[in-house]
Design a protein around this ligand. Structure first.
Ligand SMILES: [Zn+2]
Length: 282
């Protein structure tokens, strides 16, 4: 749930670089596909800007020829990704992100590129930079070959969607009798939020199992700060948690409005039971 700057590489440059060392018989076929790739990139850009990637169904039918489709997907797998591939330097450049944090979960390290629209279904977009999102392996696997059917089913695209100005992610602390308290995460759209965007954020949250990722991390974090809270009084604990929240908020690259730690510290600072001794249960 973090945004990223648009990649500066063009689809044409990436495609040309990837196919530069292809065998002549493959190269002829790929060169003939170059303009179709560039046109597909333009179509993708227009749809992504309008949050309408679900409207690109026709693009999935192109090219019709199965050999062309295989050559295009192989361009990613064999000519962009491998260490000695002609496109490898570009692959690494596309994967480079400040702090190395996966924009989809906002937590794990980037280790791969995720196709916003899957390459097997959209071979013309296999090496189009704006369709390639730096991601961790788990997010990449969770999304798989997913294609949105409607506007509301689109997961967030880090190059085109930015939630940083408002808080969407919240944490809840639930005290349960005879059991350790529970921390749960949920999405609450800001007042006046666009209903389609709200549905998309919820879809994104579910698709990448973010509640399941953040909950256990929150419990670990609470265990980490227990010792600090023991050494100070209630007022000091409240102050400490507010400062901790602020420090996440101030560093947009490291956290920001929708970092799980921000929501956690915010909730803990407002929970009197936690502040008056409940913290010791974590
Ligand atoms: Zn991730």
């Amino acid at each position: 749930m973090r945004s990223l700057p648009l990649p500066s590489l063009s689809a044409r440059v990436v495609f040309q670089t990837c196919i530069s060392k292809a065998l002549p018989r493959h190269k002829r076929r790929l060169v003939a596909l170059e303009q179709a790739v560039v046109d597909a990139a333009d179509q993708f850009e227009a749809a992504a800007c309008a949050a309408a990637l679900h409207t690109l169904k026709d693009l999935a039918k192109k090219p019709v020829d199965e050999v062309d489709r295989t050559q295009l997907t192989n361009t990613y797998t064999n000519r962009l990704v491998p260490d000695r591939a002609p496109g490898n330097a570009l692959y690494n450049a596309l994967k480079r992100v400040r702090h190395k944090i996966c924009p989809l979960c906002g937590h794990r390290d980037v280790s791969t590129l995720d196709h916003q629209l899957p390459k097997m279904k959209y071979p013309l977009l296999a090496v189009v930079p704006i369709n390639l999102v730096p991601a961790c392996g788990i997010c990449n696997g969770l999304k798989g070959e997913y294609v949105p059917e409607t506007a509301s089913e689109q997961t967030l695209h880090p190059y085109y969607d930015d939630l940083a100005d408002q808080q969407w992610l919240f944490a809840r602390l639930r005290w349960v009798a005879n059991r350790p308290p529970e921390v749960t995460y949920f999405i609450r759209p800001p007042e006046g939020a666009d209903s389609v965007l709200a549905a998309r954020v919820i879809r994104h949250f579910q698709m990448f199992s973010l509640a399941e990722l953040y909950g256990p991390n929150a419990v670990r974090e609470m265990s980490n700060i227990r010792g600090i809270l023991r050494g100070i009084n209630v007022e000091g604990r409240h102050k400490y948690l507010l400062i901790a929240e602020k420090s996440v908020l101030m560093d947009k690259d490291a956290g920001g409005q929708n970092h799980w730690k921000r929501s956690l510290f915010q909730t803990l600072a407002g929970d009197s039971r936690y502040l008056t001794g409940g913290f010791d249960q974590f």
